[in-house]
Design a protein around this ligand. Structure first.
Ligand SMILES: C[C@H](N)C(=O)N[C@@H](CC(=O)O)C(=O)O
Length: 622
């Protein structure tokens, strides 16, 4: 009997706090990762973005490893502890790799040995991916294990609270770590404080581990049931082989292709595999949702850089977790019960389909915003065009004639310039409010706000410093960004509503439809859909793009609509199951008590081993 509070097992308190700290650690580190690549390791935008997405994809692939270790070998509890240690070591390694003083022998503020920092940070990231991904399917499933059969309502609430903790951790860390990075620190020279920005997530990971261990006396710990993954693979392999052996039409068909394993494998195992395969099949279209969802961090962020609104940018990076924190309770307490009251069956798979449609609408909204932005952007020459800028320093208007076959974008400034012996220089700067031109004792000062995204040319006559500053002509080559970032809020709202419907439900669905001994495996399968989604983003980013960004957004939206239609058809044919009930039924059919069942499985395994040994002996004899 587990200790309870308000109908909930007390042990889940440690699990949700652990999740909060772990997600703080993960998202905090992620919030400054691209900046570290870009401004510390001095990688270009493309390399920084690719390594970032590759890292995220790895974080969602390693859950398979964690699930195998947990379900077949160590059990969830030990797997979480061991992999959290790996994770914490990774975070510490990452934080150390950002200390520029380690290799800054000449004390100029930049590291002298980039190879050292790159190698150390890559090692850190691999350990983090192994840790975060490895524990991910185990923590949610371990939380679920704490509930008993009569607590199914509380179990659903647990998954929502779990998701809230994820987002509270993500929100706080996304706000805090960039601020920590902006501090200055260092031994020899003061630089942006990456060690602090990565160090705090490392500390949070250690706290997460300590909290988890603190609850160890209260957890329900289910033992791993032998090498389940290996048994599953062998059973599937046997079914395929046996089916192939009996492919002739003279053999009667079986209800399910897995039934071809009946000759050798236990009925219960076959029934469990059927349940898992049914769900995994349903997962096939799901990566498309994540393909759109994960572009929040790349394409949408880039879209924001072409928009105006200084402080909104901070809000935009946190809008997703803020909306999650508000939408999850609203959906759980208001919308879903209301729909139920109206007599509508809003089943989990229907919710997920609607979630996908919301994500598609978010991309339509992004496309509309992009069209607005494009109207304000200057015309750049395409690969088949050239751009000619004519600065007319003559006092009267000049006519320019172009051969009609040539595609030239013409910009001319009717300005006067006294000398032709001038030097051009381009300066790109952020937050320019004051700008002075100084020559000896004389200077001309321009004190005003220059808009983001704008480009200006200052035409300076040779007489300016002996004459007056008025004769300097300012030309605005490119207008400042004028479409406000607040226009992105609808797309964030839509995608987050989609996330609540899709992701929170998917998490619950994966847990509820999995047999007891394969819960982590199915959680890992669920997380894998995210990894594949990220890989698709990587491929799409690497392969050519459509000439217009808005068209790309619409393409993604249409693809997701198509995928959601396919998913809804698949979902229509899916029958929800209670794995425990099916298992009990199979046991009953076999006339076995649970203990006997286990004994039989063991005997089966032993027989298998004996057969193998016998074959080995035969082969040696031959
Ligand atoms: C911060 C995101 N809104 C979020 O909730 N993410 C979840 C789901 C996921 O991306 O895997 C998480 O970090 O577990």
């Amino acid at each position: 009997m587990t200790a309870e509070c308000c109908g909930y097992p007390i042990s889940i308190f440690f699990i949700v706090v652990n999740e909060f700290c772990e997600r703080f650690s993960y998202y905090g580190m992620r919030a400054v990762l691209v900046l570290y690549f870009r401004y510390f390791l001095l990688w270009d935008d493309d390399l920084a973005t690719s390594i970032y997405h590759a890292f995220v994809a790895l974080c969602y692939l390693t859950p398979i490893l964690g699930a195998i270790i947990a379900d077949s070998w160590l059990g969830k509890f030990k797997t979480i502890i061991y992999l959290s240690i790996v994770y914490a070591i990774g975070q510490v390694t990452m934080a150390i790799s950002t200390i520029h003083d380690i290799t800054d022998a000449n004390r100029d503020g930049t590291p002298d040995n980039f190879t050292f920092h790159i190698a150390l940070s890559m090692l850190g990231l691999i350990l983090i991916a192994l840790g975060t991904g490895g524990i991910k399917p185990c923590v949610a499933a371990f939380g679920g294990d704490q509930f008993q059969e009569h607590q199914s309502r509380q179990l659903n609430t647990f998954f929502s609270v779990f998701y809230l903790c994820i987002n509270a951790g993500s929100l706080l860390s996304t706000l805090i770590t960039p601020v920590l990075r902006a501090q200055e620190c260092g031994i020899h020279t003061q630089q942006q404080c990456y060690p602090l920005a990565f160090g705090v997530p490392a500390v949070l990971m250690v706290i997460s581990l300590v909290v988890f261990i603190a609850g160890s006396g209260m957890y329900v710990k289910t033992d791993p049931e032998g090498n389940i993954m290996w048994s599953v693979c062998k059973c599937i392999g046997f079914a395929i082989k046996n089916r192939f052996r009996h492919r002739s039409s003279s053999y009667p068909k079986r209800e399910h292709w897995m039934d071809w394993a009946n000759e050798k494998y236990d009925k219960l195992l076959i029934a469990q595999i059927k349940m898992v395969l049914k769900v995994l099949f349903l997962y096939i279209p799901l990566p498309m949702f994540w393909t759109l969802f994960d572009q929040k961090g790349s394409r949408w962020t880039l879209q924001a850089t072409t928009m105006s609104g200084d402080f909104v940018s901070i809000l935009i990076s946190t809008v997703n977790p803020i909306l999650i924190l508000t939408l999850v309770p609203i959906m759980d307490r208001l919308i879903f019960p209301l729909i139920q009251k109206c007599g509508l069956n809003f089943s989990p798979l229907k919710r997920m389909t609607v979630g996908m449609l919301f994500a598609a609408m978010a991309f339509v909204s992004a496309a509309l915003v992009q069209i607005e932005i494009d109207k304000t952007l200057p015309n750049f020459p395409s690969s088949s065009e050239s751009q000619l800028k004519v600065v007319n320093t003559y006092s009267t208007t000049l006519n320019v004639t172009i051969s009609p076959n040539e595609h030239l974008l013409i910009e001319s400034f009717g300005v006067q310039l006294h000398t032709s012996k001038h030097t051009y220089s381009t300066i790109s700067c952020m937050f320019v409010n004051d700008f002075s031109l100084i020559h000896g004792e004389q200077w001309c000062e321009f004190s005003r706000k220059f808009g983001f995204g704008a480009s200006y040319t200052f035409l300076i006559p040779s007489t300016v410093f002996s004459d007056d500053c008025e004769s300097i002509t300012e030309v605005e080559d490119m207008k400042p960004n004028s479409v406000h970032m607040a226009l992105q809020i609808p797309q964030y709202f839509l995608i987050t509503t989609g996330e609540v419907m899709f992701s929170v439900t998917g998490l619950q669905f994966s847990y509820s439809q999995a047999p007891k001994n394969m819960k982590s495996v199915l959680q890992a399968g669920w997380l894998c859909t995210n990894a594949v989604g990220n890989i698709i983003v990587l491929i799409v980013a690497e392969l050519g793009k459509l000439p217009k960004q808005w068209a790309e957004y619409l393409l993604f939206a249409s693809l997701l609509v198509a995928v959601s239609i396919i998913f809804s058809i698949m979902a229509y044919f899916y029958t929800y199951i209670d794995p425990a009930e099916i298992e009990a039924q199979v046991r009953k059919e076999q006339g076995l008590e649970p203990e006997e069942m286990e004994k039989e499985t063991l005997e089966m395994e032993e027989k298998d081993e004996d057969q193998k040994n016998e074959q080995g002996v035969k082969q040696t004899k031959i």
